[in-house]
Design a protein around this ligand. Structure first.
Ligand SMILES: [Zn+2]
Length: 247
């Protein structure tokens, strides 16, 4: 990474928005470049200063009184509205209601619960790839990962390691999907990270493979649990892991 590239990532880094790979590269550059390191330090100092500064200012009560008085003084000179004000408000309210109704009825019905869930799954995956968001418990030992979920979830996810089959378990995370807490199991295939979301099944979910925003998503129900796999791994290989989890 050169200075120009590092400068582009400076703010994202300060906001914790870099993915693991970029964050690592950025960190390396800072170690070898005093100029960028100084820039980074000054940005951090500014953030800290802004956070700690008391930037709220409460207007004094006298200002409120003055403004009220000023408005009152203006009123007699204001021209009488042609339409009585209360009617104007009623028409406005009616217009807004009609517009809202039109928006509701014109809203495309294409955004189904299914799509919402897929979008959420991909968003969770992308967020997990940002620095420090991937795992709450980093371990390839299922005897460490499984008990970690105890007391954090109202169910016990089945945690298996498939290292022997080239899908090593690397950790777990608590995540949210459809407004409920779900287990997030993290697997790896070569350089690809795979998030597996697990939560109790409320009904059967057909085994489906889909592509969304460049990620493969596989969903199915097995052993009373809903599973949702998401990764940038190709669908064929991801399907292999799905098969292992489905067994
Ligand atoms: Zn530099």
């Amino acid at each position: 990474m050169n200075c120009a590239e590092a400068r582009l990532l400076l703010h994202a880094h300060a906001d914790g928005e870099l993915d693991a790979a970029n964050s690592l590269e950025f960190g390396r550059h800072l170690k070898s470049c005093a100029a960028c390191a100084a820039e980074d330090a000054s940005l951090r100092a500014l953030r800290t200063a802004l956070r700690s500064a008391d930037l709220n200012y409460r207007a004094p009560a006298s200002l409120r009184t003055d403004v009220r008085q000023f408005v009152r003084d203006l009123e007699p000179e204001a021209p009488r509205p042609i339409v009585p004000l209360q009617w104007l408000w009623k028409w406005l309210a009616l217009g807004l209601a009609a517009t809202a109704l039109a928006v509701v009825s014109l809203r495309p019905t294409g955004i189904s619960e299914h799509d919402t869930q897929l979008n959420e799954v991909v968003a969770n995956h992308v967020r997990s790839l940002q620095a420090d968001h991937l795992m709450d418990v980093a371990s390839s030992d299922r005897h460490t990962v499984k008990p970690w979920f105890d007391g954090k979830l109202d169910f016990a996810p089945d945690v298996q390691d498939f290292a022997a089959l080239n899908f090593p378990l690397i950790g777990g995370r608590l995540d949210y999907l459809d407004g409920r807490a779900v287990a997030g199991l993290v697997y790896r295939r070569n350089k690809h990270l795979i998030n597996v979301f697990v939560w109790p099944a409320t009904g059967p979910m057909k085994h489906e493979t889909e592509a969304r925003r460049g990620f493969s998503v596989i969903r199915f129900t097995a052993k009373g649990m809903h599973y949702c796999l998401v990764s940038d791994l190709n669908p064929t290989e991801l399907e292999e892991l799905a098969g292992l989890l489905e067994k």
